[in-house]
Design a protein around this ligand. Structure first.
Ligand code: FES
Length: 62
């Protein structure tokens, strides 16, 4: 599903950035995708996905 319609960023893309690239903070995700840089309506949903996915990254690392 698309999280950021303005920039075409999906939940899958966010999860991929976290789990495959190790990008686990909003600032870096915004920098990589431009998410949230237009209307900003996607920020809340993106944070939820990030908060849900980031712990999986730390589980992989341990
Ligand atoms: S939906 Fe993400 S900036 Fe508009």
């Amino acid at each position: 599903m698309y999280v950021c319609l303005c920039h075409g960023v999906s939940d899958k893309k966010i999860r991929q950035l976290v789990l495959e690239e190790g990008i686990a903070d909003m600032r870096s995700i915004k920098k990589c995708t431009a998410l949230g840089s237009q209307c900003g309506k996607c920020i809340k949903q993106a944070k939820l996905i990030l908060n849900e996915t980031a712990p999986q990254l730390y589980k992989q690392a341990c």
